[in-house]
Write a protein that binds this ligand. Structure first.
Ligand SMILES: CC[C@H](O)CC(=O)C(=O)O
Ligand SMILES: [Mn+2]
Length: 337
């Protein structure tokens, strides 16, 4: 079995889970440990990608470019990656991050919107970056559509395209179908990014590896949006047991997870009722906090709002719908709003 390349995104996806509060010192210590452990790629940026520090996405406590600079200066062997969402980030931030020395840019869009990525893939290549495409909310589309979208990214210069289970809504059969289809159709690498809403982040990542995934993601302690991601240290432990030698030092990862990441978590990352209802309905993980606020404000259940948002197939950027749905549900119940 091919040994997949591991990207640890504690310092990017994990940023969602700690309200964008990373400090330069935390970045330094976490990058140092991941690098010493032999993790080949470490992603650092606002959870919503470069320039994500806004009123809509949540302000960062420290400027992300400062955090990226610290990461680049600290890593001896690992490559530093950043996430880029067209529309949130612009070419200017992409250039600035490249100037600071990132090696990889991961360009993320909803999985039917690959056509908006062309100029950014071309720019990334001009800047000498490795360029990875992220097809977010991949559970919402069949493999055939993902293949079409991935092929567009390939034609723009992508080095790899990821199936991204943003809502943690996929089960292993769905992962296999999607990853296998991309592997068959593309000449570039294929990746898989998991969320744990159905408790399947590790299982789904293994399914992706079985189907030939070249790149996989994890976060220490699973720190990430919603129910978090595949837990990096668990993933490495499981791969060791399967005799898939990633060359990564498990003991260093376990200590980093316990001593550096656990203390900064606002609460343990678990699959609770809210996360599960979000994954079950296939709702984007970053909606959860807004849904919780709306549920409380309008006297309706988180699960009810999730179910309706799932039926309406909401995508990132449609956060305003949360209020509409909550008000409609409250009206139906006769709750005074
Ligand atoms: C806003 C970007 C998003 O958090 C990317 C990602 O990790 C996902 O969709 O799961
Ligand atoms: Mn994610």
């Amino acid at each position: 079995m091919k040994i997949p390349r591991l990207t640890d995104t504690t310092l990017r996806d994990g940023d969602h889970a700690i309200s964008h509060s990373y400090t330069p010192e935390q970045v330094r210590t976490i990058v140092k440990d991941l690098d010493e452990a032999g993790v080949p790629v470490i992603e650092v940026s606002h959870g919503s990608g470069l320039n994500g520090s806004t009123i809509q996405q949540g302000f960062s406590k420290h400027p992300e470019l400062e955090l990226i600079k610290v990461a680049v200066q600290t890593a001896k062997n690992a490559k530093i990656a950043s996430l880029f969402v067209p529309g949130i980030g612009t070419s200017e931030e992409l250039r600035k991050a490249a100037d600071l020395g990132i090696s990889i840019i991961r360009i993320a869009v909803h999985c039917t919107e690959a056509d908006v990525t062309e100029q950014y893939f071309r720019l990334a290549k001009e800047l000498g970056l490795e360029a990875v495409g992220f097809l977010m909310m991949s559970h919402t589309q069949p493999a055939k559509v993902l293949v079409e979208q991935a092929k567009l990214m390939e034609s723009y210069g992508a080095d790899c395209v990821y199936v991204v289970d943003s809502a943690g809504a996929l089960v292993p059969t769905g992962v296999r179908e999607r990853v296998s289809a991309l592997k068959e159709a593309l000449s570039i690498e294929v990746g898989f990014h998991a969320h744990n809403n159905l408790g399947l982040a590790i299982g789904n990542t293994l399914a992706a590896i079985e189907c030939g995934a070249d790149q996989i993601d994890g976060t220490l302690r699973g720190l990430g949006a919603g129910a978090g991601n595949a837990q990096t240290e668990v993933l490495v432990a499981v791969l060791n047991k399967m005799n898939i030698d990633t060359g990564i030092n498990l003991a260093i990862l376990m200590d980093a997870a316990e001593e550096k990441v656990a203390p900064i978590m606002k609460s343990p990352i678990v699959v609770d009722r809210d996360n599960l209802s979000s994954g079950y309905a296939g709702v984007y993980n970053s909606f959860l906090l807004h849904v919780k606020h709306a549920a409380e404000k309008f006297g309706v259940g988180v699960g009810e709002i999730m179910e309706e948002l799932g039926k309406r197939q909401t995508i990132a950027g449609q956060e305003d719908w949360i209020i509409d749905v909550a008000v409609e549900l409250a009206n139906k119940k006769g709750v005074k709003v």
